[in-house]
Design a protein around this ligand. Structure first.
Ligand code: PMP
Length: 381
């Protein structure tokens, strides 16, 4: 099988796997237990937390471990609105129409609960219109949530510039960034960012671990109640093997970022130039100089995504169309509809996502297979 779906999930890094196995086997006590073995487990977790905080340049108290980015994003939206509701003031949230479903669905739910949500438009490249965003801010605005790198097209949002603009206008508005697809690929400073979401299984850690970086001034209520772990913000026995694995994965992701970017970039340029010379293929991802280089999205108008993916799979090529979390049952990409407004493009998109350690010779095979699938269809018409 030739796997091109690394941004749906990436393999666990061998060093991370080692840490995970060692912790599972050797440190099985509950980190919340007050006996010696519990304390040992807890101090390992705190060491991991400190390591992560240092690498992100935040305080240890600002790292909350969750079950994944979906939970982190739910905690942001529901936790912040819940805390704000107690103040009995108006609540207004701003986001984009191209967020991952773990933000988008929460916003739709909140709208049903009579909370006002504004969706700032994106331009034809998928980039947020900052002027429009600033105009949407009003007295009631409490939270703005914008992703760093889009999981379908790879478009990068200028989140540092956006956060600087927001903070210049109003320091009391919380700014959240879903950093899942950008981490380890596009450098980002968290100085003006109040909350930041990460997912383990996209960066070489196992599934089932995520992080919410949440600055100490943010007023947020928990959405999961129980034993009061994670400073009361996220009850539940800490998943120590995954926490240790996450710390290792973050360390690795930070270590060789430049090398990774240049390897990915080389592959991305090859994909981009090959696909841009194929007539009747539309590229939905940014130009190489503006791309994070691990996500490449194209459409073959007239061939539904599901069909192209099935045909590719017949040639042992594994790709995807929308994010794995929303691909079941949906024919149209909400993200590409918001960006292009074009139903044909949004219903025929294919997402290729690549990894620095993959077999690079597979790219040629992918390109020629896509070409032959497209030719088979266009010649029939
Ligand atoms: N946000 C983005 C941008 C994503 O790509 C994903 C994973 N598809 C998530 C959130 C959800 O991550 P998790 O699988 O850790 O819940």
């Amino acid at each position: 099988k030739k796997y091109f779906d690394y941004c749906a999930s990436a393999p666990v890094h061998p060093r991370v796997h080692e840490v995970f196995m060692k912790t599972t086997q050797e440190v099985f006590a509950n980190p919340s237990s007050i006996h010696k073995m519990g304390e040992e487990a807890s101090s390992l977790a705190e060491e991991a937390r400190k390591g992560i905080a240092d690498l992100l340049n935040v305080d240890s108290k600002e790292i909350v471990f969750t079950s994944g980015a979906t939970e982190s994003n739910n905690l942001v939206l529901f936790g912040v609105t819940k805390a704000a509701k107690k103040k009995e003031k108006g609540i207004h949230i701003i986001t984009t129409p191209i967020e991952h479903s773990s933000i988008y669905s929460c916003c739709r739910f909140l709208e049903n609960e009579n909370i006002e949500v504004s969706y700032v438009p994106v331009d034809t490249k998928g980039v947020v219109d900052i002027t429009c965003l600033m105009k949407l801010i009003k007295r009631e605005t409490i939270l703005i949530s914008i992703m760093h790198v889009n999981n379908e097209t790879g478009v990068i949002q200028p989140v540092e510039q956006i956060s600087a603009n927001i903070k210049k206008l109003r320091k009391d508005i919380y700014f959240h960034v879903d950093g899942v697809q950008g981490f380890g690929k596009v450098p980002l400073k968290l100085d003006n960012i109040d909350m930041y979401t990460l997912s383990g299984h996209k960066i070489g850690a196992p599934k089932g671990i995520g992080i919410l970086m949440i600055k100490q001034h943010v007023q947020v209520d928990p959405i999961i109640y129980g034993g009061g772990q994670e400073n009361g913000l996220r009850s539940g026995t800490l998943n120590l093997p995954c926490v240790m694995a996450m710390a290792e994965a973050i360390k690795i992701a930070k270590q060789n970022i430049e090398e990774r970017i240049s390897e990915l970039n080389e592959m991305y340029v090859a994909l981009f130039s090959a696909f841009s010379s194929i007539p009747s293929i539309v590229i939905n991802s940014p130009m190489p100089a503006q791309a994070p280089a691990h996500i490449f999205n194209f459409s073959i108008p007239g061939i539904p995504s599901a069909l192209t993916l099935k045909l590719l799979e017949n040639y042992d090529i594994i790709a995807s169309s929308q994010s794995a979390c929303s691909s079941k049952g949906e024919k149209l990409s909400r993200v590409l509809m918001a960006i292009t407004g074009n139903q044909e493009i949004a219903s025929s998109s294919v997402r290729i996502s690549i990894h620095e350690d993959m077999d690079k010779s597979n790219l040629e095979y992918l390109i020629s297979t896509v070409l032959s699938i497209k030719d088979a269809f266009t010649s029939k018409r």
